[in-house]
Design a protein around this ligand. Sequence first.
Ligand code: CA
Length: 223
Amino acid sequence: MRILIVEDELKMASYLRKGLMEASFRVDTAFDGKEGLFLALQEDYDLIVLDVMLPELDGLAVLRRLRAQKRTPVLLLTARDTVEDKVVGLESGADDYLAKPFAYAEFLARIRALLRRPLQSVDTVLAVGDMEIDLLRRRVRRGAARIELTAQEFALLKLLAERQGEVLTRAFVTSQVWDMNFDSDTNVVDVAIKRLRAKIDNPFEKKLLHTVRGMGYVMEERA
Ligand code: CA
Protein backbone atom coordinates (compact mmCIF):
# COMPACT_ATOMS: atom_id res chain seq x y z
CA MET A 1 0.00 0.00 0.00
CA ARG A 2 1.35 3.39 -1.02
CA ILE A 3 0.57 6.53 0.90
CA LEU A 4 1.41 10.14 0.07
CA ILE A 5 1.81 12.62 2.92
CA VAL A 6 1.49 16.27 1.98
CA GLU A 7 2.55 18.31 5.00
CA ASP A 8 4.86 21.32 5.23
CA GLU A 9 5.70 20.94 8.92
CA LEU A 10 8.82 18.83 8.66
CA LYS A 11 8.61 17.38 12.15
CA MET A 12 5.01 16.33 11.68
CA ALA A 13 5.68 14.92 8.20
CA SER A 14 8.62 12.83 9.37
CA TYR A 15 6.75 11.63 12.47
CA LEU A 16 3.79 10.43 10.38
CA ARG A 17 6.06 8.96 7.74
CA LYS A 18 8.06 7.01 10.28
CA GLY A 19 4.92 5.63 11.91
CA LEU A 20 3.37 4.56 8.61
CA MET A 21 6.57 2.92 7.47
CA GLU A 22 6.67 0.97 10.73
CA ALA A 23 3.13 -0.16 9.91
CA SER A 24 4.53 -1.48 6.59
CA PHE A 25 3.23 1.21 4.24
CA ARG A 26 5.32 2.68 1.45
CA VAL A 27 5.37 6.40 2.00
CA ASP A 28 6.19 9.44 -0.14
CA THR A 29 6.21 12.95 1.24
CA ALA A 30 5.61 16.33 -0.33
CA PHE A 31 6.18 19.59 1.54
CA ASP A 32 3.99 22.00 -0.38
CA GLY A 33 0.68 21.89 -2.24
CA LYS A 34 2.10 22.08 -5.76
CA GLU A 35 4.48 19.21 -5.24
CA GLY A 36 1.73 17.25 -3.49
CA LEU A 37 -0.72 17.73 -6.34
CA PHE A 38 1.92 16.80 -8.90
CA LEU A 39 2.74 13.54 -7.12
CA ALA A 40 -0.92 12.76 -6.44
CA LEU A 41 -1.74 13.06 -10.15
CA GLN A 42 1.45 11.46 -11.39
CA GLU A 43 1.53 8.41 -9.12
CA ASP A 44 -1.13 5.97 -8.03
CA TYR A 45 -1.45 6.12 -4.27
CA ASP A 46 -3.85 4.08 -2.19
CA LEU A 47 -4.38 7.03 0.09
CA ILE A 48 -3.30 10.64 0.52
CA VAL A 49 -2.83 12.40 3.86
CA LEU A 50 -3.32 16.07 3.07
CA ASP A 51 -2.69 19.01 5.38
CA VAL A 52 -4.98 22.00 4.78
CA MET A 53 -2.49 24.77 5.56
CA LEU A 54 0.19 24.43 2.90
CA PRO A 55 2.48 26.81 1.01
CA GLU A 56 2.14 27.28 -2.78
CA LEU A 57 -1.33 25.72 -3.00
CA ASP A 58 -3.49 25.07 0.06
CA GLY A 59 -4.87 21.64 0.83
CA LEU A 60 -8.42 22.38 -0.27
CA ALA A 61 -7.21 23.68 -3.64
CA VAL A 62 -5.08 20.55 -4.04
CA LEU A 63 -8.11 18.44 -3.21
CA ARG A 64 -10.42 20.16 -5.70
CA ARG A 65 -7.90 19.82 -8.50
CA LEU A 66 -7.21 16.22 -7.59
CA ARG A 67 -10.93 15.40 -7.51
CA ALA A 68 -11.38 16.75 -11.02
CA GLN A 69 -9.28 13.78 -12.13
CA LYS A 70 -8.96 11.14 -9.44
CA ARG A 71 -10.84 9.39 -6.64
CA THR A 72 -7.82 8.55 -4.44
CA PRO A 73 -9.05 8.50 -0.81
CA VAL A 74 -7.96 11.61 1.09
CA LEU A 75 -7.59 12.10 4.83
CA LEU A 76 -7.56 15.83 5.48
CA LEU A 77 -5.51 17.24 8.38
CA THR A 78 -6.22 20.62 9.80
CA ALA A 79 -5.42 22.76 12.77
CA ARG A 80 -8.97 23.91 13.21
CA ASP A 81 -11.90 21.78 14.12
CA THR A 82 -15.20 23.43 13.40
CA VAL A 83 -18.35 22.26 11.68
CA GLU A 84 -17.72 24.77 8.86
CA ASP A 85 -14.23 23.40 8.24
CA LYS A 86 -15.52 19.86 8.18
CA VAL A 87 -18.24 20.75 5.73
CA VAL A 88 -15.84 22.65 3.47
CA GLY A 89 -13.39 19.76 3.61
CA LEU A 90 -15.99 17.15 2.80
CA GLU A 91 -17.51 19.34 0.11
CA SER A 92 -14.12 19.55 -1.52
CA GLY A 93 -14.04 15.78 -1.72
CA ALA A 94 -12.16 14.63 1.39
CA ASP A 95 -13.08 11.15 2.59
CA ASP A 96 -12.28 11.81 6.21
CA TYR A 97 -11.09 14.59 8.41
CA LEU A 98 -8.73 14.74 11.38
CA ALA A 99 -8.11 17.86 13.46
CA LYS A 100 -4.67 18.55 14.92
CA PRO A 101 -3.53 17.72 17.47
CA PHE A 102 -4.47 14.07 17.17
CA ALA A 103 -3.22 10.84 18.71
CA TYR A 104 -1.14 8.71 16.38
CA ALA A 105 -3.33 5.69 17.16
CA GLU A 106 -6.37 7.55 15.91
CA PHE A 107 -4.54 8.65 12.76
CA LEU A 108 -3.58 5.06 11.98
CA ALA A 109 -7.10 3.81 12.72
CA ARG A 110 -8.60 6.35 10.30
CA ILE A 111 -6.11 5.37 7.61
CA ARG A 112 -6.88 1.69 8.02
CA ALA A 113 -10.63 2.39 7.93
CA LEU A 114 -10.27 4.40 4.71
CA LEU A 115 -8.19 1.69 3.07
CA ARG A 116 -10.75 -0.95 3.99
CA ARG A 117 -13.58 1.02 2.41
CA PRO A 118 -14.39 -0.25 -1.04
CA LEU A 119 -14.11 2.54 -3.58
CA GLN A 120 -17.76 2.55 -4.49
CA SER A 121 -18.72 3.31 -0.90
CA VAL A 122 -16.74 6.52 -1.18
CA ASP A 123 -19.82 7.59 -3.10
CA THR A 124 -20.62 11.22 -2.80
CA VAL A 125 -24.37 10.70 -2.77
CA LEU A 126 -26.11 9.12 0.22
CA ALA A 127 -29.68 7.87 -0.08
CA VAL A 128 -32.27 7.24 2.61
CA GLY A 129 -35.68 6.32 1.24
CA ASP A 130 -36.55 8.98 -1.33
CA MET A 131 -34.01 11.41 0.12
CA GLU A 132 -30.72 12.05 -1.67
CA ILE A 133 -27.82 13.80 -0.01
CA ASP A 134 -25.13 14.99 -2.38
CA LEU A 135 -22.07 15.41 -0.18
CA LEU A 136 -19.97 17.19 -2.78
CA ARG A 137 -22.51 19.77 -3.81
CA ARG A 138 -24.12 19.82 -0.37
CA ARG A 139 -27.57 19.43 -1.89
CA VAL A 140 -30.45 17.59 -0.37
CA ARG A 141 -33.63 16.53 -2.09
CA ARG A 142 -36.62 14.40 -1.36
CA GLY A 143 -38.24 13.27 -4.55
CA ALA A 144 -38.46 16.39 -6.67
CA ALA A 145 -38.24 18.81 -3.73
CA ARG A 146 -34.96 20.56 -3.03
CA ILE A 147 -34.26 21.13 0.68
CA GLU A 148 -32.08 24.00 1.90
CA LEU A 149 -30.05 23.32 5.04
CA THR A 150 -27.60 25.33 7.14
CA ALA A 151 -24.05 23.98 7.51
CA GLN A 152 -24.86 22.56 10.91
CA GLU A 153 -28.11 20.95 9.80
CA PHE A 154 -26.24 19.42 6.91
CA ALA A 155 -23.53 18.01 9.21
CA LEU A 156 -26.22 16.51 11.42
CA LEU A 157 -28.10 14.99 8.50
CA LYS A 158 -24.92 13.56 7.04
CA LEU A 159 -24.02 11.87 10.33
CA LEU A 160 -27.48 10.32 10.65
CA ALA A 161 -27.59 9.23 7.01
CA GLU A 162 -24.11 7.72 7.05
CA ARG A 163 -25.18 5.58 9.98
CA GLN A 164 -28.71 4.92 8.87
CA GLY A 165 -30.41 2.19 10.84
CA GLU A 166 -28.14 2.81 13.85
CA VAL A 167 -29.55 4.47 16.94
CA LEU A 168 -27.32 7.46 17.73
CA THR A 169 -27.29 8.75 21.28
CA ARG A 170 -27.50 12.47 21.96
CA ALA A 171 -24.02 12.40 23.49
CA PHE A 172 -22.58 10.78 20.36
CA VAL A 173 -24.30 13.25 18.06
CA THR A 174 -23.03 16.11 20.20
CA SER A 175 -19.46 14.89 20.09
CA GLN A 176 -19.56 14.38 16.32
CA VAL A 177 -21.37 17.49 15.19
CA TRP A 178 -20.43 20.03 17.85
CA ASP A 179 -17.16 18.53 18.99
CA MET A 180 -18.20 18.81 22.56
CA ASN A 181 -18.61 16.23 25.23
CA PHE A 182 -21.33 16.92 27.70
CA ASP A 183 -23.95 14.70 29.18
CA SER A 184 -25.98 17.22 31.07
CA ASP A 185 -27.17 19.58 28.37
CA THR A 186 -28.13 17.48 25.41
CA ASN A 187 -31.07 19.74 24.75
CA VAL A 188 -28.99 21.31 21.97
CA VAL A 189 -29.34 18.08 20.01
CA ASP A 190 -33.11 17.94 20.46
CA VAL A 191 -33.43 21.50 19.24
CA ALA A 192 -31.24 20.81 16.20
CA ILE A 193 -33.16 17.62 15.42
CA LYS A 194 -36.44 19.49 15.62
CA ARG A 195 -35.17 22.09 13.13
CA LEU A 196 -33.85 19.43 10.80
CA ARG A 197 -37.09 17.50 11.00
CA ALA A 198 -39.10 20.59 10.11
CA LYS A 199 -37.21 20.69 6.82
CA ILE A 200 -36.66 17.08 5.87
CA ASP A 201 -39.67 15.29 7.37
CA ASN A 202 -42.57 17.54 8.28
CA PRO A 203 -43.53 18.49 4.71
CA PHE A 204 -43.47 14.84 3.64
CA GLU A 205 -45.77 11.97 4.38
CA LYS A 206 -43.10 9.36 4.99
CA LYS A 207 -40.88 10.12 7.99
CA LEU A 208 -37.21 9.18 7.90
CA LEU A 209 -35.89 10.58 11.18
CA HIS A 210 -37.21 8.73 14.21
CA THR A 211 -36.90 9.25 17.97
CA VAL A 212 -36.05 6.18 20.00
CA ARG A 213 -37.37 6.97 23.44
CA GLY A 214 -34.68 7.05 26.12
CA MET A 215 -31.93 6.32 23.58
CA GLY A 216 -31.60 8.83 20.83
CA TYR A 217 -32.31 9.11 17.14
CA VAL A 218 -32.22 6.88 14.11
CA MET A 219 -32.55 7.64 10.43
CA GLU A 220 -34.13 4.94 8.31
CA GLU A 221 -36.91 4.21 5.91
CA ARG A 222 -39.66 2.31 7.69
CA ALA A 223 -42.38 0.33 6.03
CA1 CA B 1 0.70 22.92 7.49
